[in-house]
Design a protein around this ligand. Sequence first.
Ligand SMILES: *[C@@H]1O[C@H](CO)[C@@H](O)[C@H](O)[C@H]1NC(C)=O
Length: 174
Amino acid sequence: MEIRVDVTSYSFLVAVISHLLQMAYGQDIKWDAAYTPSSTPFPGSMKCWTCEEASDNYNCNRWAPDVYCPQGTKYCHTLHRMNGEGGSVMVRKKCAAVEDCTPNTVGCSINTDGSMVCIACCEGNICNPEVPTNHTTAIFATITPYDVGSSSHFNPSVQVLLVTLLAAVLFRHL
Ligand SMILES: *[C@@H]1O[C@H](CO)[C@@H](O)[C@H](O)[C@H]1NC(C)=O
């Protein structure tokens, strides 16, 4: 399945940079409210791709992009319903509390008609651009140990420097 994302959107760039920083440091990056494009409801809040009952991943990400998560949510939750051929039927993405995202709530279930529902959870700012399609991708991807709070090793000025450098490199190649 092809995953299409609007590369012109700012949030996509932030997601890419977040992902690169996460890969580089194996650590969630806490975006400081001062460096995000709009004001946050509370310090340290995160965003998830969010949509209600989109027909597929493209339409989910296109029409209902990243929104700030309410306090008390820690993960991004993605539900993907597929037909017997593996084609998307419905995509729903939301911010989720710890109760909604446990190692037991993720995975795929196959119905008698051959349709399948896969649920994935992830931790980190706008960490759910994609949809789970099988047991390999329908996972609970935590960065911090389960149920334990996290804090970044890097202070905001170092983060801003890294982001600026990465953004410069990315833009040069676009
Ligand atoms: C699971 O889905 C991913 C992404 O679509 C694909 O690359 C991978 O081959 C699939 N794995 C299995 C076991 O089907």
